[in-house]
Write a protein that binds this ligand. Sequence first.
Ligand SMILES: [Zn+2]
Ligand SMILES: [Zn+2]
Ligand SMILES: [Zn+2]
Ligand SMILES: [Zn+2]
Length: 232
Amino acid sequence: MIKKFLCFLTLIFLLAETPLLAQSVPNLGQADRWMKGALAAMERNDYETANSIFRNLIDSSLPLPPEMPYYFAETLFELKQYDNSQKFLNKYLELNGFRGENYQGAQELKEKLEKPLTEIQQCQLCNAQGYRHQTCENCLGAQQIEQSCSYCKAAGVVGCSRCAASGMITKRNIFNIVEYFECERCSGKGRLTCPTCQGSKVEKSDCRVCGGSGKTATETVCNHQELDHDHD
Ligand SMILES: [Zn+2]
Ligand SMILES: [Zn+2]
Ligand SMILES: [Zn+2]
Ligand SMILES: [Zn+2]
């Protein structure tokens, strides 16, 4: 009886695992092919190509080969995307620790990253990712501007909270009969002038495009130097 049961279990495992195996084998092959292609591109210093292959690999949601984050971090370093490079390097060290094939290389990359990351931190011309700032085109650097009132959604009025915007207040009298009164707060209109914009429908507040910083990032990697033609 037990033997029969075990046979039955084995059969279930076989049935359950067969389709999984059939699926994962070609997928691993694809990830390996991409890895080979990316490493070959790195070999010939074509980091743009390596970058796009690595991104394909990430977007495919295939399981990532364990050494991939290291090679991607090297590629991003060469492309001067230092902040991103650091993220993948940390991920690599987190996943593999000192057992990773490229542990030594990862330590060296970590040291190489220190200088450019410090430069980004100290530079006023670029954001935390090292991309050059430009003056916000929406507020022209003013940070705060007059824009549509967010509290009343530019209606100029808001519903009266005391009467739930009905204009009427109900009360029960001593005979337990409901009586209706005009709401005193809104004089029966059900709505009040917006307290934020006083009915003007506009308010002066942090620019919604740049979040009040007066600056937005460009796609240009910053060289941390003022340029004469920076404003064109
Ligand atoms: Zn702005
Ligand atoms: Zn009211
Ligand atoms: Zn308002
Ligand atoms: Zn900079």
